[in-house]
Write a protein that binds this ligand. Sequence first.
Ligand code: GLA
Length: 384
Amino acid sequence: MPAPATRVSVREEFRRRFGGEPEVVARAPGRVNLIGEHTDYNDGFVMPMAIDRWVTIAARPRIDGRVTLHSVDLNDEGSFALGGRGEPGHEWIDYVRGVAWALGDAGKALTGFDGVVSGNVPVGAGLSSSAAFEMAAARAISAVSGFEWEAVAMARAGQRAENLWMGVNCGIMDPLISAGGQAGHAILIDCRSLEMRPVPLPRDVAVVILDTTTRRQLIGSEYNDRRGQCASAAAACGASSLRDVSQAQLDGGREAMGDVAFRRARHVLSENDRTLRAAEAMRAGDAALLGRLMNESHQSLRDDFEVSTRALDAMVESARSAPGCHGARLTGAGFGGCVVALVDRHRLHGFVPHAVATFTAATHLVPAVYPCEAVGGADIVNPA
Ligand code: GLA
């Protein structure tokens, strides 16, 4: 997986390694989720935005059906044959192998390529560096192979690669927003129909990502536990998905499913409702209401879904106590990583030092701060 920023352009590095020019330069963004957490795999609603940090790949087709990719950030080279029967692996190149496998499995005819990759999406922070890598790979492969780029189909291939190849049981949100983001907008996604509705960000507010710099190792098992608990809550209500469960049904099934599954499901139902209301608030330009819904989301993730940590709670509190903050919540899967805060743009200069100092005083950790803009999804960016 590509690591943080580098100054060497992938085009320059391509010339140096392979000679001549790349034919395509493709890139795909990371994402921050404004609201709608742990709802995607419950057929619910999410509202992420693609952010101005990317994984970029310079590529030129080759005729022997091989992919050779050099990672600038890792100073490493990976290579594999398309259509090969190789076993899934967990090296960085396996993200590309996995996507190529999923695209081939979906009936696409693929062309191999020589390529160079680099990225500046923070790795392991919950900002979807792996989805960005997968969608950049899919974008490059679609360009060198000459098949059409369809955001939903490509996101599905990315999710299959994660689920069946990398063994991570994640939902559709991350690859879909990386594939189909829109500048200046968050996207309200119905994870059942995969309908994507762009929602404009309120004017004069900035989205600020505050990285606790804490990372949880065993996140895969915690994540899969939560998925299992949601599935059993739905089953106890006679439904195949929490999307089809009403609050009354959930209350009726409380005893049968037990307290833990009940609280997980209560989070999902309330989060779906908050996400739809947040989209309304954004359309109305109501930053204060959006902020309040984000605060409520964090509380529900902390108390009912239990995916917050001391560091995330401290970051949220520090952000909320800083000037100009409308609201803050953990973003992504939880268990470490980042908080997203909604801040008055003209008070940003006061917000950042205050939030950082309060957090450091409480935790002795130094957070990383990434103010970000909403950008478009995966694209071809020749020249880069
Ligand atoms: C991770 C997963 C997503 C989603 C979030 C939680 O980012 O990859 O599919 O489930 O966690 O909202």
